[in-house]
Design a protein around this ligand. Structure first.
Ligand SMILES: NC(=O)c1ccc[n+]([C@@H]2O[C@H](COP(=O)([O-])OP(=O)(O)OC[C@H]3O[C@@H](n4cnc5c(N)ncnc54)[C@H](O)[C@@H]3O)[C@@H](O)[C@H]2O)c1
Length: 313
């Protein structure tokens, strides 16, 4: 049994990860300010402990790390929004940049063996080369993308200095249950499913030909677990499916699942919207036992069923 800290563990991805770590038999300490996360996302389990702490508050965080002394830290906490990073760069930078640095430095200070953290496909920006490879020089477009890239640079520096293992996971477009459709910054899939189930039209910005690598949260959890066995130093891995899906295909799948006629409104393309994105996952597959197991259609069907079930509770 390991003692593990998961920052952002009450959020969408973090809460799925926490549940999997508990099933693996670990003790899990969740650090979350509940700004977008919810305590109700977490199971009531004797090995799961939630501390409502802002990662920007270095003293409170230091106190927690000193008393918990985790052997493994998963850092998922962030303001997970490109738009928010543009509209509120000061707070976003405090959380995504300074907050991450606090987590990394404290983990090293208390003797953690490994820090695994959520980076993002946003580091790739508008580089037109596909599929996206970890060896490409990042060219982020948004403060959010720059903050994730800065996390990677801080981690590489600390790994070199301390010998502690740091693993950056560049998530592509993650979807699955517990993603909040009410948040204006939420993923497109949760918003689309919510609107279809409420008989509302979908809005597509641009012609719908833009593509993404939509990866199910179950695959993301699997990636997080599988990197526990990766060797020393600093590593960075894409986490995706290696499958490219356009928004039009996504909409087609969703209306087919619901057996409804499409109801879509087209709006002008949004500034800064990346046209195509898909991950090369060869690195992660060759260094771990990761494979993407959830096909988009299967993942969407499961998501729609889960949301319907929840709505009927
Ligand atoms: N969802 C995606 O498609 C996606 C893609 C790439 C990267 N990521 C990254 O994955 C991680 C998890 O994202 P998510 O989609 O689950 O988002 P989320 O908003 O559901 O989760 C983030 C969690 O961090 C917490 N948090 C925010 N600021 C905090 C602070 N100052 N102190 C403590 N806790 C704080 C929130 O309350 C929330 O529980 C983030 O780092 C995000 O940048 C997500």
């Amino acid at each position: 049994m390991k003692n593990i800290i998961v920052t952002g563990g009450a959020g969408f991805i973090g809460s799925h990860l926490v549940k999997a770590l508990l099933l693996d038999g670990h003790r899990v300490v969740v650090v979350d300010d509940l700004s977008t996360g919810k305590s109700s996302n977490l199971p009531s389990h004797p090995n799961c402990h939630l501390f409502e702490v802002d990662i920007v508050d270095e003293l409170a965080l230091a106190h927690l790390f000193e008393s918990e002394r985790p052997s493994l830290v998963y850092h998922e906490a962030a303001i997970a929004s490109v738009q928010k990073s543009i509209h509120d760069p000061v707070r976003t930078s405090a959380v995504n940049d300074q907050g991450a640095k606090h987590v990394f430095e404290l983990a090293v200070h208390v003797g953690s063996e490994q820090i695994v953290f959520a980076s993002s496909a946003a580091v790739y920006g508008e580089d037109p080369r596909l599929p996206k490879r970890e060896t490409f020089e990042p060219t982020p477009l948004s403060p959010y993308g720059f903050q994730k890239w800065q996390n990677e640079k801080d981690a590489a520096r600390l790994a070199k200095k301390s010998g502690v293992r740091f693993t950056a996971l560049r998530y592509f477009n993650v979807y699955g249950p517990q993603q909040d459709p009410q948040s204006e910054y939420s993923g497109v899939i949760s918003i689309f499913v919510d609107r279809i189930l409420n008989d509302l039209p979908l809005t597509i910005f641009g012609d719908g030909g833009q593509t993404r690598d939509f990866v199910n949260v179950a695959d993301v959890v699997q990636a997080n677990r599988s990197v526990q066995r990766v060797g020393g130093g600093f590593n960075v891995f894409n986490v995706g499916t290696a499958q490219e899906t356009s928004l039009l295909e996504l909409v087609h799948h969703l209306y087919m699942i619901e057996n409804q006629a499409p109801n879509v409104v087209f709006q002008p393309r949004r500034e800064g919207d990346i046209h195509r994105s898909v991950a090369d996952i060869g690195q992660l597959m060759s260094k771990t036992d990761y494979s993407s197991n959830v096909h988009i259609l299967q993942g969407l069907q499961a998501l729609v069923s889960a949301i319907k079930l929840k709505n009927n509770e």
